[in-house]
Design a protein around this ligand. Structure first.
Ligand code: FAD
Length: 476
């Protein structure tokens, strides 16, 4: 039986895995290999939280492979040379993998594919990460989409049956192969020391089993009422599948198929809203593929002249640490720091505060999220920041400045989210908890450790942001 290298990256699962399936369909023994080569990923190599996740996800995958009679080989880059050496040593005739869409990775992978083919190997990549390849959908003029609604309409019009493939119960053994010992996980991705990631794992369980359990919990619970519940920060009203989807422990096809298979058991608005959120993920990858400069540059070039304030390190640091003096912003930033995740509504609020009230360039925020989010994903993170900053595809207009106090009143009406993540405000009654500076005496007495004032006055910050925007428009 011949051998196929199944090169794993952001697809750390066995279920619904097209490359693994292709190896078996060709009658080849799959040799799963993970190659650690962050230096090949350009400026956006995985951040610290992603690495902490990946370490656990790889351990889970190695165990799952072992249970099925196979194994996971861990190696260190350079990737092409490592794949070539491994193919030569094992006599592999094919190298198969799931496609990724980050610009630096796309370029590298294209080079790897060409080189492997030139060397006489069967090199093939598959779509295992998206419902639609970024190049499958185009406007009537044949251009990429830059607006979500027509993009998603077109996706729904081209919808096809979501066929999924179950992980095999057993995999062909690899004992007869002369395999290198491989790297130790502890050397490739050492455990964080000190264990700053301790707060993550009560909320998330990396690996395919954890992903499946999270999906099931969502289908049994929060999907019912998702269309409304998804916006309430204190509630577990969303799926929290984003890190699992990013690391590919769950195929998006599997999730979408499960939601659709539930039929009438999930109310139509909840189902459609959830599918549309998966649609935003598709849209983000579409835009990233077609506009590969977006991780570092405004998609809307008019903003290249925007008068951002100079980088203000003390203010940025207060934002990162949840010490801005604006409770909902601080709650979000602390949730992120402590758990590696932040509620979507609050992501928009903290991003708006940074880019509009503080007028700091969105890249400052994108970089911090990149390092601290367990679901840090170049397509989604770039889109989230450029959307909120007003510089991106189908973005919120720059003049729409989120008011963090009204956002908190509306989406955290009991103040429970603020109390959970900013415990020094838990004893401050409503409505003071939303805006402690409006009740200075009470705040001083009950929450003496909390900043007395927001880092910028809300009305002044908003006015300055609008003035900057007006100057930009006037200058055009
Ligand atoms: P659910 O509401 O359950 O949605 C299901 C899935 O749909 C998510 O897991 C995610 O894969 C996808 N999804 C949902 N909302 C969006 C969205 N707005 N854009 C793209 N995909 C979406 N998401 C990331 O996965 N990685 C990021 O690095 C990231 N950075 C962001 C930065 C900012 C400033 C903002 C405003 C949003 C960002 N998002 C990012 C999008 C969104 O906040 C998260 O996907 C969502 O909060 C994840 O929680 P969930 O899995 O419970 O989502």
């Amino acid at each position: 039986m011949g051998v196929a290298l199944v090169w794993l990256r952001d697809d750390l699962r066995l279920d619904d895995h097209p490359a693994l399936r292709a190896a078996l369909d060709r009658g080849l023994r799959p040799l799963p290999v993970y190659i650690h080569a962050p230096e090949e990923e350009g400026d956006w190599a995985p951040g610290a939280a992603s690495r902490a996740w990946r370490r656990r996800a790889l351990a889970a995958l190695a165990e799952a492979l072992q249970r099925r009679g196979s194994r996971l080989l861990l190696a260190r880059g350079p990737t092409l040379a490592t794949l070539q050496a491994l193919a030569a040593r094992t006599g592999a005739e094919a190298v198969l993998w799931t496609r990724r869409y980050e610009p630096a990775v796309e370029q590298r992978d294209a080079h790897i594919k060409r080189s492997l083919r030139q060397a006489g190997l069967h090199a093939e990549s598959f779509n295992g990460a998206l419902l639609f390849e970024p190049w499958e959908l185009a406007t009537r003029q044949g251009d990429p989409y830059r607006v979500f609604t027509p993009f998603w309409k077109s996706a729904r019009a081209h919808w096809r049956t979501l066929s999924t493939w179950d992980a095999p119960a057993r995999l062909p053994a690899l004992d007869a192969l002369d395999l290198p010992a491989g790297e130790r996980l502890d050397d490739l991705l050492p455990a964080p020391s000190p264990a700053w990631d301790g707060g993550f794992w009560p909320h998330f369980t990396p690996g395919e089993d954890g992903a499946r359990a999270a999906m099931q919990a969502f289908l049994d619970g929060a999907v019912h009422g998702y269309a409304q519940g998804r916006d309430f920060a204190a509630e577990a009203g969303t799926s929290r599948l984003s890190p699992h989807l990013h690391h590919g422990e769950l195929s998006v096809r599997r999730v979408a198929a499960a939601v659709l298979a539930a039929g009438d058991a999930i109310a139509e608005p909840d189902r459609d809203r959830f599918l549309a959120e998966l649609g935003w993920r598709e849209f983000a990858h579409h835009v990233l593929h077609h506009y590969p400069r977006v991780p570092d540059h405004n998609l809307d070039p008019r903003f290249d002249d925007f008068p951002w304030a100079a980088a203000d390190e003390p203010r940025l640091e207060a934002w990162r640490r949840g010490r801005t003096g604006v409770p909902i912003v601080d709650a979000g930033m602390r949730e992120l720091w402590l758990t590696g995740w932040m509620h979507n509504r609050v992501r928009m609020v903290v991003a708006s505060w940074l880019t509009k009230h503080l007028r700091q360039h969105w890249l400052h925020g994108a970089r911090w999220f990149w390092d601290t989010l367990l679901d840090a994903n170049l397509a989604n993170n770039t889109q989230g920041w450029q959307w909120t900053a007003g510089t991106g595809a189908d973005a919120a207009p720059y003049f729409r400045v989120f008011n963090p106090v009204s956002q908190a009143r509306r989406f955290d009406p009991e103040g429970a989210y603020i109390a959970r993540w900013v415990p020094e405000l838990a004893r401050l009654p409503l409505p003071a908890r939303f805006a402690p500076w409006e009740h200075p005496e009470l705040a001083r007495r009950v929450a003496p450790g909390y900043p007395a004032r927001p880092q910028v006055d809300l009305a002044a910050g908003r006015a300055a942001a609008l003035a900057a925007f007006a100057a930009l428009r006037g200058g055009r």
